[in-house]
Write a new protein. Structure first.
Length: 144
């Protein structure tokens, strides 16, 4: 009898653990962060706000192509005028332990070509972005 209970307990715990892996936590409103990394330049970052408990990971999304996605507020969600990786599949990353920061092109770059993405200006912009994210989420690790 004890062995059977023990097995049932293990099975029950396994089912609960497996279920929790697929449950997504509700998110609060999106936020557009406007930073000024260089004089006269605004760097916008879309932050998919995680639950108040604080994320373990901040996932930085750099849109491909020119990188200029153009964010628009629509209630509690922010949408991009141009699609980017995960823009149509947010549910894949919406978890309490994950914050997502989508990097838009800075205001002085209508398109971020490969030359700009390798430049000291882009490095300076991203340093400011990462400092801001680390101050918001000091315990989280940043992933590109």
């Amino acid at each position: 009898m004890t062995t059977r209970r023990h097995r049932l307990t293990k099975v029950g715990l396994a089912v609960v653990a497996a279920t929790l892996c697929f449950v997504s936590a509700p998110l609060s409103a999106d936020e557009i962060i406007a930073l000024n990394p260089r004089p006269g330049v605004t760097q916008s970052v879309l932050l998919w706000q995680p639950s108040p408990s604080g994320p373990q990971v901040v996932f930085l999304v750099f849109p491909g192509g020119g990188g200029n996605v153009g964010f628009e507020n629509r209630g509690d969600k922010v949408v991009a005028r141009t699609a980017y990786l995960f823009s149509r599949h947010r549910d894949l990353l919406e978890r309490a332990e994950v914050a997502v920061a989508v990097i838009d092109a800075p205001s002085d770059q209508p398109d971020m070509d490969s030359e700009f993405r390798r430049s000291a200006r882009h490095f300076e912009d991203m340093t400011v972005v990462m400092r801001d994210l680390k101050s918001r989420y000091p315990k989280a690790r940043l992933f590109l």
